[in-house]
Design a protein around this ligand. Structure first.
Ligand SMILES: Nc1ncnc2c1ncn2[C@@H]1O[C@H](COP(=O)(O)OP(=O)(O)O)[C@@H](O)[C@H]1O
Ligand SMILES: [Mg+2]
Length: 364
């Protein structure tokens, strides 16, 4: 059954309860789809299926389309610090606002692929044989690298019509090795994948492993912006200088530059050390966001349910904090484009090879 969202929740997801009035106005003018009746417990309510939300988000939301396509890599050299959670929240937020978004899973452990619910296509009642055959049918970047498929054939649909995923497959480890053996080994992802994706998508989000490997260095070369979580814990705090040193060295060696947005994560306002570390990051780390992601069960639940916090906990403080963070990140991306790129107007993405992705029926 489709997942429906009530008017109140939709308003909260896109900025606050005050937006209900705007939604009613748009609906009366026929500018957004009419809500549908759905059964919630024993009651009938009115709302929209998730697949319709981008049509509303692009009219009333805070995450507007950028005038150019942007590629963002999410990376730091530590695991469990909310890289995949940030990638998921950023990608779903953008897609819910109507941006054509593609997530590229580059973590050999497959975090973001699981987080986008891709594994749910495996039924509990499937036999082992059925599951193995479904798993084997999942194509990934290594199939494209080996010329078994074209790029658009390894892009998978999700529950949001304009959100797509290149899933992580076990062969990513082999791809990592293969990349070591080619010329211009750091540029494959940029030249063969991301530059093509940018012709068709407004936003490309790459979710990386927590270590330096060929997939990571490829993702850094391919990105315009690095989004890097700073866990508000002592270990991450101690690692930061080494990480920044490696980043700078890498930029120098490759003769490239990208903007870095650091974001404090797993912030616990009740722990003195956590508060001190978070404040230190804000005061001392260039490019650190004002907003942070606090340690919270609600956020964990959201990731477990393959949703952004904004969808899962619309109206709750954790969701509002995520909205503030996403608004800040959006602003940072816009100023990056303003400073670095030319001022061309927004161009509608019309690449024909990928057109079928956007003209299809939504997966139930
Ligand atoms: N705000 C949060 N507070 C605490 N745990 C969280 C929060 N958001 C997500 N989590 C959980 O933390 C774990 C690690 O997050 P993840 O994004 O996978 O980290 P990484 O990609 O850096 O390894 C996941 O199980 C996730 O569900
Ligand atoms: Mg991860």
């Amino acid at each position: 059954m489709a997942n429906y969202v009530t008017m109140k929740k939709v308003a909260c997801m896109f900025g606050g309860p005050h937006l209900s009035e705007d939604i009613i106005n748009l609906q009366e003018q026929g500018l957004i789809p009419a809500p549908e009746r759905f059964l919630s417990g024993a009651l009938f309510k009115k709302g929209w299926p998730v697949s319709e939300l981008p049509k509303i988000g692009e009219k009333i939301g805070y995450f507007k389309k950028f005038k150019e396509s942007v590629a963002i890599s999410v990376f730091t050299t530590k695991g469990g610090v909310l890289k995949s959670t940030l990638a998921l929240n950023l990608a779903r937020t953008a897609a819910l606002h109507g941006l054509k978004t593609c997530v590229v899973g580059l973590d050999i452990q497959g975090d973001v692929t699981t987080a986008l619910g891709f594994d749910n296509q495996l039924g509990n009642d499937d036999s082992l044989e059925e599951i193995v055959s479904k798993l084997n049918s999942i194509k990934g970047l290594s199939d494209y690298f080996n010329n078994r498929y074209r790029l658009h054939e390894v892009i998978e649909e999700t529950d949001i019509p304009n959100l797509f995923l290149i899933p992580e497959t076990p062969e990513l480890a082999a791809l990592n090795d293969s990349l070591s053996n080619i010329n211009r080994r750091e540029y494959w992802l940029r030249d063969r994948v991301v530059s093509q994706l940018k012709e068709h998508f407004d936003l490309v989000v790459m979710d990386c492993s927590p270590n330096w490997n060929k997939l990571t260095t490829n993702a850094l070369v391919a990105c315009d912006i690095l989004l890097s979580p700073l866990e508000c814990k002592i270990n991450n705090f101690r690692n930061l200088n080494v990480f920044k040193h490696f980043l700078n060295q890498f930029k120098q060696d490759m003769d490239i530059d990208f903007e870095t947005i650091f974001t404090p994560t797993k912030f616990n306002p009740n722990r003195r050390l956590g508060v001190d570390i978070c404040n230190w990051y804000r005061d001392n780390v260039k490019g650190c966001t004002e907003n942070s992601v606090r340690e919270s069960i609600v956020c964990e639940e959201a990731t477990a349910l393959n949703k952004s916090v904004i969808e899962h906990a619309a109206g709750k403080p954790q969701a509002n904090e995520m909205i503030s963070l996403m608004t800040e990140i959006h602003g940072r991306i816009e100023s990056y484009l303003e400073e670095v790129k030319s001022c061309a107007p927004y161009t509608q993405k019309t690449g024909s090879e990928f057109k079928h992705l956007f003209d299809r029926e939504v997966r139930p």
